[in-house]
Ligand binder design. Structure first.
Ligand code: UGA
Length: 457
C-alpha cells in the first residue's frame, strides 16, 4: 500500500507540475502546524512541498505515515500524496526555490528561563535569504515574540538578493481538532504592509473569502500580538474557572452549574469554561510566559497574566494534594491508577501536560503509578520512565489504591464500572475532568470526588 502511494504520488507530481497552474507553496517545518497547513493547502489544490531537516520524519511522511496523532490528518495527507498536490522533502533550498510562497511553521519552544527559543526560526530565515531566486512571500505561522516579523523584514530587505514580503498570519488551530479548525476557521488574521502580498494571500485563502470568514488585515506586529493575546486570554479564562472550582468546593457550590450560568451570558460565552487539572500543552504555558517576558523587557508588569500563570501552577499541585488527602493523606507504597496523560483529549501531546506535575508529586510522596492513555503513552515514557504503562483501561484500574482521571478521553466515559468494582481494591476515584456519571459510580460503591463540587466531597 505504502509503495503504491509512493509510485502514484511520483506519477501525479510529474503530470501536475507539467500542466497545473496553481500556487506553488512550501512549508518549512512539519510539526503540528506545518503538517496541517501543508495538507490543507494541498487540499485546496495548491502544489505544496513540506520541508524539514528531520530525515526520519520525512521518510515516514513520504510513505503516508503521520508522526503525530491528529484526527483526519492521515486521510488528508494520503489523499494529497496520491493526487500529487503534496510532497515532502529534506531539501529545504530546493523547496524554497521551486515555490512562490514560503510558510514558516517551525517550532519556537520555550527555553528554561521562559523565553521563546528562535534557533529554528533563525535557521529558516537564513536558508530562505541564502537560496532566494526571485520575489517571494514569506508567511509566518510560528508563534514568535512581538516584533520578530519586523526584524525578519529588515534582514530580508538588507541581506536577500530579491524582494521578500513578510506576512504574519497567526494560526489558531487546536490540537485534536486542527484539521477542522484550519478548514473552517472563525477568523483569519493577516499582518503585512505589502498590498501585493496581501492580494496573493487572499488568493490562497479564496475558499475562506468565499465562505465569508472574517478577515482582519493589520500590521505584522499587531498580528503577532493578537496571537499571544488570544492564547493568554483563554488561558486566563481557564485559570479563573479552576480557581472558582476551588471556591465551590469550600462553599457548597457546584462548578458545572456556575459555568452554565456564566456561559449563558453571551458576553462571556460557554466555551473554555470547563474546570480541569490545569491548562497545559505546547501553547498556553509557553505563550503566557513569552508575553510576560516581552512586557518585562519593555518595563511593563502584566500582573493579571502573571497571576494566571502562578494560579495554574498552584492548581496542578493542589489537585494532586487533594487526591492524596482523599487517600487518607498518605500514598506511600500505594498504587495509583492514572487515566489519561495527554494535556487534553484527542491528542498524543504531553508537552506541559498537568499529568506530569501531578504524577511527579504523587511519586515524590512515595506512590507507585500505573497509567493508561489511548495515544500519549509513548511520548510520556520519555518523560516519566518510572511509570508502569498499561495496555488498556481495565488493566490500569486493576488492583489499585486510588484512581485519578486527568484527560477527558471519550473512552473513559464508557468504562464498565460494574465490571471493575470487584477488581479494584480501592473505591476512590478523583475525576479531574468532571466526565464520569457520579450517581452510577456511587451506586456501585465507589467514593467519587470531582472538581469544584462540594456535594461529592
Ligand atoms: C491553543 C489555542 O486554543 C489555539 O487557538 C491555538 O492555535 C493553539 O493553542 C496554539 O497556539 O497553537 P491547544 O493548545 O491545542 O490550542 O489546546 P486548547 O484546546 O486551547 O487547550 C489548552 C489547555 O486548556 C488544555 O490543557 C485543556 O485541557 C485546557 N482547557 C481548555 C481546560 O482545562 N478547560 C477548558 O474549558 C478549555
Amino acid at each position: 500500500m505504502k509503495r503504491v502511494i509512493l509510485i502514484l504520488s511520483l506519477i501525479n507530481c510529474f503530470f501536475s507540475y507539467a500542466i497545473d497552474n496553481s500556487k506553488k507553496v512550501c512549508v518549512l517545518g512539519t510539526g503540528y502546524v506545518g503538517l496541517i497547513v501543508g495538507a490543507c493547502l494541498a487540499d485546496f489544490k495548491n502544489q505544496v512541498i513540506c520541508a524539514d531537516v528531520d530525515v526520519k520524519k520525512i521518510n515516514k511522511l513520504v510513505q503516508g505515515q503521520i508522526p503525530i496523532y491528529e484526527p483526519g490528518l492521515k486521510e488528508l495527507v494520503s489523499k494529497s500524496l496520491i493526487n500529487g498536490n503534496l510532497k515532502f522533502t529534506t531539501d529545504l533550498a530546493l523547496a524554497i526555490q521551486t515555490s512562490d510562497i514560503i510558510y514558516i511553521a517551525v517550532g519556537t519552544p520555550m527555553d528554561e528561563d521562559g523565553n521563546c527559543n528562535l534557533c529554528y526560526l533563525n535557521s529558516a530565515i537564513n536558508i530562505i535569504k541564502d537560496n532566494i531566486n526571485g520575489y517571494k512571500i514569506v508567511i509566518n505561522k510560528s508563534t514568535v515574540p512581538i516584533g520578530t516579523a519586523k526584524e525578519m523584514q529588515k534582514t530580508f530587505d538588507t541581506q536577500a538578493k530579491f524582494k521578500i514580503d513578510v506576512i504574519s498570519n497567526p494560526e489558531f488551530l487546536k490540537e485534536g481538532t486542527a484539521v477542522n479548525d484550519f478548514l473552517k476557521p472563525n477568523r483569519i488574521v493577516i499582518g503585512s504592509k505589502s498590498e501585493k502580498a496581501i492580494e496573493i494571500i487572499k488568493e490562497i485563502y479564496e475558499p475562506f473569502v468565499k465562505a465569508k470568514v472574517p478577515m482582519l488585515i493589520t500590521d505584522n506586529t499587531t498580528a503577532e500580538i493578537i496571537k499571544y493575546a488570544s492564547n493568554s486570554f483563554l488561558a486566563t479564562k481557564v485559570a479563573i474557572i479552576n480557581e472558582l472550582s476551588a471556591l465551590c468546593e469550600v462553599t457548597d457550590g457546584t462548578i458545572n452549574d456556575v459555568c452554565k450560568g456564566m456561559g449563558l451570558d453571551d458576553r462571556i460565552g460557554p466555551k473554555f469554561l470547563n474546570p480541569g487539572p490545569g491548562y497545559g500543552g505546547s501553547c498556553f504555558p509557553k505563550d503566557i510566559l513569552a508575553l510576560l517576558n516581552t512586557a518585562q523587557l519593555k518595563g511593563l508588569n502584566l500582573s493579571i497574566l502573571k497571576t494566571a500563570h502562578e494560579s495554574n501552577e498552584n492548581h496542578k499541585i493542589n489537585v494532586s494534594n487533594k487526591f492524596i488527602k482523599l487517600l487518607g493523606n498518605n500514598v506511600k507504597g500505594k498504587t495509583i491508577s492514572v487515566l489519561g496523560l495527554a494535556f487534553k483529549a484527542n491528542t498524543d501531546d504531553v508537552r506541559c501536560a498537568p499529568s506530569i506535575t501531578i504524577i511527579k508529586n504523587l511519586i515524590n510522596n512515595g506512590a507507585h503509578i500505573k497509567a493508561y492513555d489511548p495515544e500519549a503513552m509513548n511520548n510520556m515514557r520519555e518523560i516519566l520512565p518510572q511509570v508502569e504503562y498499561c495496555s488498556n483501561v481495565y488493566d490500569v484500574i486493576d488492583k489499585t489504591d486510588g484512581i485519578i482521571l486527568l484527560t477527558e478521553w471519550p473512552e473513559f466515559k464508557e468504562i464498565d464500572w460494574e465490571k471493575v468494582k470487584s477488581r479494584s481494591s480501592s473505591k476512590v476515584i478523583y475525576d479531574c475532568r468532571n466526565i464520569l456519571n457520579i450517581s452510577k459510580l456511587k451506586s456501585f460503591g465507589f467514593e467519587v470526588k470531582n472538581i469544584g463540587n462540594a456535594e461529592v466531597n
